[in-house]
Every structure is written in structure tokens, then in C-alpha cells.
Design a protein around this ligand. Structure first.
Ligand SMILES: Nc1ncnc2c1ncn2[C@@H]1O[C@H](COP(=O)(O)OP(=O)(O)OP(=O)(O)O)[C@@H](O)[C@H]1O
Length: 299
């Protein structure tokens, strides 16, 4: 286990921001952290990088506490972006690279490669304040990875990016994962977590309410949705045991059901009637699971 958080608690005055959190993240894993505003994600990240000491519990990376790690081990993209607006991109990257133990030349080589990859080599000498928000975010990402960290923590890396830049950044993150980097990121967009992570944690009020492998989480979440298109009225299905909700559209009827056995019952009844053109059982999405576990409407 590369990253270990054991029973970690962090309080601010009377507020418990993180409450007895235990997380084990393997080396080379891509791990997603979800949670509503104020759930405790950023506080957790700050403890992972040693910026905050936990009040209780322990944090370690390969058995070493974050405060004792070499400056090159961890890369961090903070939620509040922290570039110097008046400095030029390359000047700033060299400065940050040097802080993490890179030679000037190694920093330049690494940053140039990233600028090429992001198709913005012409911004090498631009002042950060003159870049668009999306390009500033790419530069901030480069600042987090230019020293090739083993552990990369990205707080909301995709927020504020257009879909094209989301893809660019997703590819960059995928490349780093393939090279063996352990990556932990938070997102308010469940589709990002669903498309990138095998393992995840959903936090609510400082506690993990769901934690584990995405496929296992989906399997244990029993509720399903049915989509049916038929040439006969389907309103009689409302009375079937285990039907939770039904919405009748122009062509398609969607039914929320308690579990898969209900789908089998409905399928059997429809076969008796015939005239069914389409029948599908939808796996729960992370969005459905989030709403149920965190218990509030959340985009
Ligand atoms: N430095 C601090 N001083 C006092 N309270 C804090 C501090 N940092 C965080 N908190 C509180 O701790 C709780 C958790 O905050 P945190 O920023 O970790 O949540 P988050 O999940 O990252 O939220 P968001 O999605 O909005 O970024 C919140 O109630 C927040 O107000």
C-alpha cells in the first residue's frame, strides 16, 4: 500500500473537517475523491502532502510521513490556483522546478515538452496574467508535474475547463498513470471519476460514505432503471412489486426498480403481452449512488 491514511481526523475549532478517515491507495493507482462542497476533500489532500498535521491518526507515503518526504516525491495542484500573474511562464516554471530540486536545464526541458504536448509552446515567454483561464490551468498542471512526482494530487483539475481542454488534461493524466504515477484527484463531475478511476471514495461531512472499487460499488447498489419501448400502454406495470417510480415519455417508459429480480418479473410479464420493441436494464450511475448516499440534489 503506497499511501496510507489511518483513522485520520482534522478539526478546525469545533468543526470536524475530516472524521476518522482511513484510505489505502496502491502505487500506480488512479483514485477519485467525490463529495459535496465542504465534505473535507481539500483538507484530506492537505494532510496527504503534509501541509496540515492531523489531530488524530497517521498519514504516510511508502511508510514515510509527508513532512519527511523529498521535495520531488509529491506533486500538488491546489484548488486555489497559485501562479504569479506578473511572471513569465518559463521563468516561473524554472523557479518552481528549482524549489523541487531540478536543475535549470532539466526544468526547461521538462516544461518545453509539456508546453508542446499541450500545444502552447508560444506561451513560453508570456506573462501568466495574459493567458486564458484554461491555459493558466494547464500551466498550473505543469507546475505540479514538472519534477515527475511519484504521487500526484489534483484538487479539481477539470473545473473551469472547456470540453476540449478537459480531454487534453485527461490524456495527460492518463499518460502519467501509464508511466506509474499514483494519482489522486477530486472532482464535482462524476463522469470524470467514472471514466478515469477504478477506485474512489465519496465523502460526506468528513466521513467516507462510499469507498472501494467502482465496479464493486455499482454491483452492491441494487437499484436499477429500466427503459422500455412498446406499442401497448405500460401503466399496469406501476402495480408490480418493487417498482419505485415510473415516468412515461413519448416513446420510452423509464422505471426505477428495487433490484434486478423486479426486472426479470417485468420482462416475463411483457413477454406474455408482446409488442415490446426495446427493453434494457441500466446500471446505476455514480450520480445515482452519490445522490442516494449524500442525500441531496447535486449536479
Ligand atoms: N483553514 C480552515 N479553517 C477553518 N475551517 C476550515 C479550514 N479549511 C477547511 N475548513 C472547513 O472544513 C470543512 C471541509 O472543507 P474542505 O475545503 O476540506 O472541503 P472540500 O470537500 O474540499 O470542499 P469543496 O468541494 O467546496 O472544495 C468545511 O466546513 C470548511 O469550511
Amino acid at each position: 500500500m503506497a499511501l496510507r491514511m489511518e483513522n485520520v481526523t482534522k478539526r478546525f475549532g469545533t468543526k470536524t473537517a475530516v472524521d476518522q478517515l482511513t484510505l489505502h491507495i496502491d502505487s500506480g493507482e488512479m483514485f477519485g475523491m467525490l463529495g459535496a462542497n465542504g465534505a473535507g476533500k481539500t483538507t484530506t489532500f492537505r494532510m496527504m502532502i503534509g501541509l496540515f498535521d492531523p489531530d488524530d491518526g497517521e498519514v504516510s507515503w511508502n511508510e514515510v510521513p509527508p513532512q519527511s518526504l523529498n521535495a520531488r516525491t509529491i506533486g500538488y495542484l491546489p484548488e486555489e490556483r497559485g501562479l504569479y500573474p506578473k511572471l513569465k511562464v518559463m521563468e516561473q516554471m524554472i523557479y518552481l522546478g528549482r524549489l523541487r530540486g531540478l536543475s535549470k536545464q532539466d526544468a526547461i526541458t521538462e516544461v518545453d515538452a509539456w508546453l508542446e504536448r499541450f500545444r502552447i509552446p508560444h506561451y513560453r515567454k508570456a506573462k501568466v496574467e495574459n493567458l486564458s483561464k484554461g491555459n493558466q490551468q494547464k500551466i498550473q498542471f505543469i507546475a505540479a508535474v514538472l519534477h515527475r512526482p511519484q504521487l500526484l494530487i489534483l484538487d479539481e483539475p477539470f473545473s473551469g475547463l472547456d470540453p476540449i481542454n478537459v480531454d487534453v488534461l485527461k490524456k495527460a493524466v492518463g499518460k502519467l498513470k501509464n508511466e506509474g504515477t499514483t494519482i489522486i484527484f477530486s472532482s464535482h463531475d462524476m463522469k470524470h471519476v467514472e471514466s478515469l478511476c477504478e477506485n474512489l471514495c465519496i465523502m460526506n461531512e468528513g466521513k467516507p460514505v462510499v469507498h472501494g472499487k467502482l465496479s464493486d460499488i455499482k454491483r452492491t447498489y441494487k437499484k436499477r432503471k429500466l427503459h422500455i419501448r412498446a406499442d401497448v400502454p405500460l401503466s399496469f406495470l406501476e402495480d408490480v412489486d418493487g417498482v419505485l417510480q415510473m415516468s412515461v415519455g413519448a416513446d420510452e417508459t423509464t422505471i426505477a426498480i428495487r433490484d434486478e429480480t423486479v426486472a426479470k418479473n417485468i420482462f416475463a410479464r411483457l413477454q406474455d403481452i408482446g409488442h415490446v420493441r426495446y427493453f434494457s436494464v441500466e446500471e446505476p450511475t455514480l450520480h445515482d449512488i452519490f445522490i442516494e448516499k449524500v442525500g441531496r440534489t447535486y449536479a
